[in-house]
Design a binder for this molecule. Sequence first.
Ligand SMILES: [Zn+2]
Ligand SMILES: [Zn+2]
Ligand SMILES: [Zn+2]
Ligand SMILES: [Zn+2]
Length: 118
Amino acid sequence: MKRYRTSTLFAVLPFVGLLGVVPGASAYDEHQRLHNDLKEEHSATHEDLNTEHKAAHEGLGAIHRQAHNQPMTKWQHRRLHRGLRRAHRAEHGALNTEHQAAHEELNTEHRDYHDESR
Ligand SMILES: [Zn+2]
Ligand SMILES: [Zn+2]
Ligand SMILES: [Zn+2]
Ligand SMILES: [Zn+2]
């Protein structure tokens, strides 16, 4: 975690004085760290969602393959595909909701930090 003390942090510092806001290096450090944490949390969330999505696809694919092991009428096949499509869409909706919720959580965390440091 300590590798986040980058030189960009110090490059930004002189401008702070010009703006009349002097939060001190430690506050800056903390904020930088928070941003990095949020970024990491976000990409971890994305990885989770991707894994979930992939698992859902594999599950649907397995159901499809399995169904094809049995003889099906054209009508049954159409019905199966409609069901798979619906399940896929529902899965995407759930993932989207999860994604949005994760973003809101991250945003709230970030906003809270800025409100508190005001
Ligand atoms: Zn995202
Ligand atoms: Zn999908
Ligand atoms: Zn099929
Ligand atoms: Zn911030």
